[in-house]
Design a protein around this ligand. Sequence first.
Ligand code: DGL
Length: 271
Amino acid sequence: MTYQNHDGAIGVFDSGVGGLSVLRAIRNELPDERLIYLADSGHAPYGDRDADFILDRANRITEHFLASGVKAIVVACNTASVVAIEKIRSWCPVPVVAMEPAIKPASQSTRTGVVGVLATTRTLSSANVARLCEAYGKRVRILLRPCPGLVEQVEHGELYSAATRRLLTGYLSPLLTAGADTIVLGCTHYPFLGELIGEIAGTDVAIVDSGAAVAKQVLRRLEGSRVSTCNVPALEPTFFSSAEPDQARSVISTLWGKSVEVHSLALTHQG
Ligand code: DGL
């Protein structure tokens, strides 16, 4: 039996600002829940770190959320999800919702029978992705494309720069040449590059991510512990970041679409 404090917030975290794409979907699905977002940008990208480091960050952030009285946690990071989710769920007393690349829906909707998956190297080399490819790759070709450098571009707010376009063109071209008509964004930073990806891939290519599905999963896990929905205006999330404060405020405000306050939070080892 999990403990749920009905008045608690939902804690959402990512290695950086990418999870804001998931936060937006959660806010659309649950406009009257209190949301706390923690961008661990001071330690991004997680994709280049070893598993112990990622697990340590995920544990620390989870402990911090629990100390704040959250009623659920969303790991809005595919990389942290594949590394840490089972271990966190083994001790965390509130529901923990994780990311999974949208390989299943993509493999069911492709018309050409070729699906491209963009994500970090660590996510794509995980047992979770191997299991998804095994389950849904029998009649569909699933092409996995690691994308080093893209997380950094989003962390720097470079959503439309020439360097970002160059990187994306290099990653997408082989997939498009192979006939992919569906591109899965298996990293929560990538939806912020959706416009540029659409421009490069063309209008015949579908771009899918897991944000809305995860928001629905949060709703399901909270059934019975929802706060009242008495026509209150949508609440603004509370934002925390482990990055340098000015940079954090600037990027989070840009990606969230309005100027927001961002609190500093390092969560480093004491002594
Ligand atoms: N947003 C994270 C993900 O979904 C990025 C991981 C990273 O920092 O490398 O995987």
